[in-house]
Design a protein around this ligand. Structure first.
Ligand code: SF4
Length: 370
């Protein structure tokens, strides 16, 4: 029997794959700020916080947020004692603000229980905003439960390993079952992180490095020479477009008018520029109907665009210098320009604010020259 046949046969034994993957991970694991060092006991607060920050966000983007969070709120009780506005402001730029509200509510609930996270998936799932994935990840990584959290990286690895023909959304249950069947009784948390790291660094979406992969001898997609063709892609549905108008009113001292969105729903509790509702593009009123007060409003050329999960937004921006502006009505506030970045605006509003500021500056420059 030649060596490669022996290796393939050995690799295909059920318990050989976890062993190979864990050996690879011991040598090549990523150093991430939320990870316990080898041999160290993981801190459930850090594990939970990192998993919330990583939802819909890559590790490189989440890392500086994580560092700031744990510096400012090193324990769950400290986070629970913060105000919701502070937590939302600390999320600025990360998007998906429902996470900030849930994070805060969850911290309060855990603090109420004496600062101890539940140790099993069912207990974790009962916490505010903790879904199946986060519960499994915290249970496995922080408490060593034999469970299989499946994030995007893990799903891709499993879909390739077994050359699953169904696209990811349709194969979710099968992927979960296969990941669970592979998970060993010993070191389940390390195994989960090893699968995540393999997906992030070797079994990448594009250009997977199969020659460096410990699962290569057992991998069906690689055996077919079609690693990158998996996971199979679902046909993309076109997203509807919504449109709206936002009004940037700037006082002589540079402060501009803002208001807070309602706490529930899209971008809940973030700050925004005043404006009308975001409607289906063909129904939206992009005129001055949503202006907070009469002023010499100028419409900026073009629009600010942002893709949300279920629709694409085109935001028309108006700007006006309002030296003697009427006082804010109905909960609006004036925000100093130097506070804008950390005040809790969403990304789309920060783009609109930046564009409006540049527009007014260029108009002022043109007026001086003229
Ligand atoms: Fe992914 Fe290639 Fe490894 Fe298969 S062999 S799991 S396709 S990197």
């Amino acid at each position: 029997m030649n060596d490669s046949v022996a290796l393939r046969r050995d690799a295909l034994k059920p318990r050989a794959l976890p062993r190979r993957l864990l050996a690879w991970w011991d040598a090549f694991r990523r150093e991430l700020p939320w990870r316990a060092a080898a041999g160290e006991t993981p801190d459930p607060y850090r594990v939970w916080l990192s998993e919330v920050l990583l939802q819909q966000t890559g590790a490189a983007t989440a890392a500086p947020y994580f560092e700031r969070f744990v510096k400012r709120w090193p324990r769950v009780e400290a986070l629970a004692a913060a105000s919701l506005d502070e937590v939302i402001a600390a999320f600025a730029g990360l998007g998906y603000y429902a996470r900030a509200r849930n994070l805060h509510a969850c911290a309060r609930e855990v603090a109420r229980r004496g600062g101890e996270f539940p140790r099993d998936e069912a207990g974790l799932r009962a916490l505010p905003g903790v879904g199946a994935y986060t519960a499994a990840a915290v249970a496995a990584i922080a408490f060593g439960a034999r469970t299989a959290p499946v994030d995007g990286n893990v799903a891709r690895v499993i879909a390739r390993l077994y050359a699953l023909e169904a696209p990811l959304a349709a194969a979710r249950r099968e992927i979960g079952d296969k990941a669970a069947a592979l998970t060993p009784a010993g070191r389940p948390g390390d195994f989960a992180q090893a699968l995540m790291d393999l997906g992030a660094t070797v079994c990448r979406p594009r250009g997977p490095d199969c020659s460096a992969c410990p699962l290569r001898p057992a991998c069906a997609a690689a055996a077919r020479g079609e690693a990158e063709a998996y996971p199979r892609r679902a046909r993309a549905k076109a997203k509807p477009t919504r449109a709206g108008a936002a009004f940037f009113a700037r006082r002589a001292d540079g402060a501009f008018l803002a208001r807070r969105r309602p706490p529930g729903g899209l971008l809940g509790a973030t700050l925004e520029l005043p404006g009308g509702a975001w409607e289906a593009a063909e129904r939206a009123d992009l005129g001055l109907a949503g202006a907070p007060f009469p002023a010499r409003w100028r419409r900026l050329p073009g629009a600010v665009e942002q893709a949300f999960t279920h629709f694409a937004l085109r935001l028309t921006v108006y700007a006006a210098e309002v030296g003697a502006a009427p006082p804010p009505s109905g909960g609006e506030i004036w925000v100093a320009p130097e506070d804008a970045a950390a005040a809790g605006f969403s990304s789309v509003m920060l783009k609109a604010i930046a564009q409006a500021g540049r527009f007014l500056a260029s108009e002022a420059g043109a007026a001086r020259r003229g």
